[in-house]
Design a protein around this ligand. Structure first.
Ligand SMILES: [Zn+2]
Length: 141
């Protein structure tokens, strides 16, 4: 995982540079328009705005890089985003939609949680999506 770590560091450096440059650019634009109060406001606002924007880009990047759905209980099926749901089929449980992997295990997604659906319809925590690690085992926290 050495290359991944180096990539993340490079990415972080790039983000910081972009953020600083972007904030300065926004402050300069604000200063041109509103004088020094604009610059004073523009710098932190620009920084926050760019931080937010880059965060969204980074989150999308993680979503793209990681599986859209986690691996199933058997560790066989994956939910690669490139095929949208990978090895999972979309199934209907009454009014809700869920997923069924190739092994026949059923899952439901609620927000960031990916839960196993027992045959009786109850849900069991399985994986939860966290930033920036992707899916990690759901300890119910
Ligand atoms: Zn499976």
């Amino acid at each position: 995982m050495r290359s991944l770590r180096a990539g993340a560091t490079l990415f972080e450096c790039l983000m910081l540079t972009l953020m600083a440059l972007g904030a300065l650019a926004i402050a300069a634009l604000a200063a041109e328009r509103w004088g020094w109060p604009g610059a004073l406001l523009g710098l932190p606002l620009g920084f926050i705005g760019i931080l937010g924007g880059l965060n969204i880009i980074a989150m999308v990047g993680v979503l793209i890089e990681r599986d859209w759905l986690p691996r199933c209980h058997q560790g066989v099926c994956s939910g690669d985003w490139r095929t949208m749901f990978g090895d999972y089929d979309i199934v209907r449980f009454g009014d809700d939609f869920g997923y069924r992997c190739r092994c026949g295990i059923e899952y439901m997604k609620e927000g960031r949680r990916f839960m196993r659906r027992r045959p009786d319809g109850s849900l069991e925590p399985y994986m939860v999506w966290t930033w920036p690690r992707g899916y990690v085992p759901d300890d119910g926290a």
